[in-house]
Design a protein around this ligand. Structure first.
Ligand code: FAD
Ligand code: NAI
Length: 467
C-alpha cells in the first residue's frame, strides 16, 4: 500500500493546483481522477471549451455584422460548426495534457479511477479495468467538484434536453434553442448559438437576468442581448420539458399563472450546478454531505475530520475555477504549517459574453442592505475614444464607494475586455484604495481602462471629464 503526505481526490482547478502547491512545499502527493484526462469540469467541459467556442462564434458574428463597416468585404461567409468543435477539442486536449505535464514535473503520483474512502486515512481507487489500488495519507483533500443541476420536469435526456456539456459538442446549429436560466451558462452558451444564427428564448424564474449580480448589470445587459435577437421570458416557472423526437416542447407558468408553451429544436438546462460526492463513500470517513450535497467545512476548509479537507465547487461559496484554485493553495499551505488567507470578498466574477461583464466586491443592493452610506460613479463606455475606434460602445463601469471614507466597496462593469479590466479594481480593493486613489493613477490613452478612472472621478464629486 502506497503512503502519502497528501491525497487529493479530483483533478479540477481546485485539486490539481493544490497538488502542485503541496509538491512545491515538499509534501509527497498523489492525485486521483475518475476520468481519463486531468483538469476537471473547467478544462474538459467548462471554462476552457466554452471560451474557445465563445471566441470562434464572436469572430463569426463580427465578420457577419461588423467587418463591412471596418472596410472589410467578405463573400460566402459560413459558420463551420464541426471545425469550431474540432478546434475547441484541440484547445482542451492541449490544456489537459499541460496539467499532466505539470503533475509529472512536480513528481505527483497520478491514479486514474474512482476514489472512495475506506476510512479516515485510506482511499481506494477503482480503475476502469476493474483493478483496485489502496492508498493511505496523513491528509486527504476532497476536490470532487460539481455536476449540472436540474429540477423536476426538466430532466436532461442529453439529446434534445441538454446541459452545458452537450451544448459544447453540438453537431448542428439549432434553428431555435430554449435556455432555462438567465445565469452565466445560459447567457454565455446562449450567446455562442445566437451569434451562429440560432433563435434564443430564455426562460427565467427571477425578474432580472444574472440575478446575483448588481441589478444595473442585468438591466443593461438585457437591452444589449435583445438587440442581438435574444428573447427573454422573465418570472416564468418551468413546469415541464418534453422531447417530442424532432423538437422539444416546454411548458411554463408566467407571473399571472397562465400556462405558456414554447417549441424549439433544443432546450439547454442551465439552472445552476450541484456539489458532487457520489461514489466517495464519505460515511466511511465519518463525514456526511449537507442537504445541498455540499461537504461542510470550517474556516480552515477542514471537514468534521480535521485531516480531511474539502475545496472548490464541492463546498460552499462561488462555483468558480479561481476560487477553487485559491482554496487548493490554501489547504496545501495550511498542511505545510503556514498561515494562508483568502479574501472571499475579492473573488472577481466574470461573464465571457461580448461585451464582457465583470464584478468584484459588494453590489449596490448588498451595500444598501448593510446600511452603509455610499456614493456611485458610473461612466458609459461609448464616451471613450478607444471604444469608438473599435466600434465596441456598449456598457458602463460603475464604482461604489463609501460616502465618508471614499473606500471602494464594489466595481461592476459591462465593457470590452472587462475580464481583464476588473483586475485594476481587485488590486485597488485589496489595498483598500479610495476612489480618489484610482483617479490619481495615470491611465494609458486610448484604452478602456480610462473608463475606470472616469468612473472613479464620477464617484468623487461628480467630476468625470469626458462626459
Ligand atoms: P471540478 O473542475 O468539477 O473537478 C472535479 C474533478 O473531480 C472532476 O474531474 C471529476 O471527474 C473528479 N472526481 C469527482 N469525484 C471523483 C472521485 N470519487 N474519484 C476521482 N475523481 C473524482 N469558472 C470560472 O471561474 N470561469 C469560467 O469561465 C467558467 N466557465 C464555466 C463554463 C461551464 C460550461 C461550466 C460548466 C463551468 C464553468 N466554470 C467557470 C466553473 C468551473 O468549471 C468550476 O468552478 C471549477 O471547475 C470547479 O473546480 P473544482 O476543482 O472544484 O471541481
Ligand atoms: P447560475 O446560478 O449562474 O444561473 C442559474 C439561473 O437559473 C439563475 O438566473 C436562476 O434564477 C435560474 N433558475 C433557477 N431555477 C430556475 C427554474 N426552475 N426555472 C427558470 N430559471 C431558473 O447557474 P449556471 O448558469 O447554471 O452556472 C452554474 C455555475 O457555473 C455558476 O454558479 C457559475 O459560477 C459557474 N460558471 C461560471 C462561468 C464564468 O465564470 N464565466 C461560466 C459558466 C458557469
Amino acid at each position: 500500500m502506497s503512503s502519502y503526505d497528501v491525497i487529493i481526490i479530483g483533478s479540477g482547478p481546485g485539486g490539481y493546483v493544490s497538488a502542485i502547491r503541496c509538491a512545491q512545499l515538499g509534501l509527497k502527493t498523489a492525485i486521483i481522477e475518475k476520468y481519463a484526462t486531468l483538469g476537471g469540469t473547467c478544462l474538459n467541459v467548462g471554462c476552457i471549451p466554452s471560451k474557445a467556442l465563445l471566441d470562434s462564434s464572436e469572430h463569426f458574428f463580427n465578420a457577419k455584422h461588423n467587418f463591412q463597416e471596418h472596410g472589410i468585404d467578405l463573400k460566402g461567409l459560413q459558420a463551420n460548426l464541426s471545425q469550431m468543435i474540432n478546434r475547441k477539442n484541440e484547445v482542451v486536449s492541449q490544456t489537459c495534457a499541460g496539467v499532466k505535464f505539470l503533475m509529472d514535473k512536480n513528481k505527483i503520483s497520478v491514479y486514474y479511477g474512482m476514489g472512495s474512502f475506506v476510512d479516515k486515512q485510506t482511499v481506494s481507487v477503482l480503475a476502469e479495468d476493474g483493478s483496485k489500488t489502496t492508498l493511505t495519507a496523513k491528509n486527504i483533500v476532497i476536490a470532487t467538484g460539481s455536476k449540472p443541476n436540474f429540477f423536476p420536469g426538466m430532466e436532461p435526456d442529453k439529446k434534445r434536453i441538454i446541459t452545458s456539456t452537450e451544448a459544447l459538442n453540438m453537431t448542428e446549429i439549432p434553428k431555435k434553442m430554449l435556455v432555462i436560466g438567465a445565469g452565466v451558462i445560459g447567457l454565455e452558451l446562449g450567446s455562442v448559438f445566437s451569434r451562429l444564427g440560432s433563435e434564443i428564448d430564455v426562460i427565467e424564474f427571477a425578474p432580472t437576468l444574472l440575478p446575483t449580480m448588481d441589478a444595473s448589470i442585468g438591466k443593461e445587459f438585457g437591452k444589449i442581448l435583445k438587440k442581438e435577437g435574444f428573447k427573454f421570458h422573465m418570472e416564468h416557472r418551468v413546469e415541464s420539458v418534453v422531447n417530442m423526437g424532432k423538437k422539444v416542447v416546454l411548458t411554463a407558468l408566467n407571473k399571472k399563472g397562465e400556462s405558456i408553451n414554447f417549441e424549439a429544436d433544443y432546450c439547454l438546462v442551465a439552472v445552476g450546478r450541484k456539489a458532487y460526492t457520489e461514489g466517495l463513500q464519505l460515511k466511511n470517513a465519518g463525514i456526511s454531505a449537507n442537504e445541498r450535497g455540499q461537504v461542510e467545512v470550517n474556516e480552515h476548509l477542514q471537514t468534521a475530520v480535521p485531516t480531511i479537507y474539502a475545496i472548490g465547487d464541492v463546498v460552499r461559496g462561488a462555483m468558480l475555477a479561481h476560487k477553487a484554485e485559491e482554496e487548493g493553495v490554501f489547504v496545501a499551505e495550511l498542511i505545510a504549517g503556514q498561515k494562508p488567507h483568502i479574501n472571499y470578498n475579492l473573488i472577481p466574477g466574470v461573464v465571457y459574453t461580448w461585451p464582457e461583464i465583470a464584478a468584484v466586491g459588494k453590489t449596490e443592493e448588498e451595500i444598501k442592505a448593510m446600511g452603509i452610506e455610499y456614493k456611485v460613479g458610473s461612466f458609459p463606455i461609448k464616451a471613450l475614444g478607444r471604444a469608438r475606434a473599435s466600434m465596441d460602445t456598449a456598457g458602463f463601469i460603475k464604482i461604489i464607494a463609501d460616502k465618508k471614507t471614499d473606500e471602494v466597496l464594489g466595481v461592476h462593469m459591462i465593457a470590452p475586455r472587462a475580464a481583464d479590466l476588473i483586475m485594476e479594481a481587485v488590486v485597488a480593493m485589496e489595498y483598500r484604495a479610495s476612489a480618489e486613489d484610482i483617479v490619481r493613477i495615470c491611465h494609458p490613452h486610448p484604452t478602456y481602462s480610462e473608463g475606470m478612472k472616469e468612473a472613479a472621478m464620477a464617484a468623487t464629486d461628480n467630476r468625470a471629464m469626458h462626459i
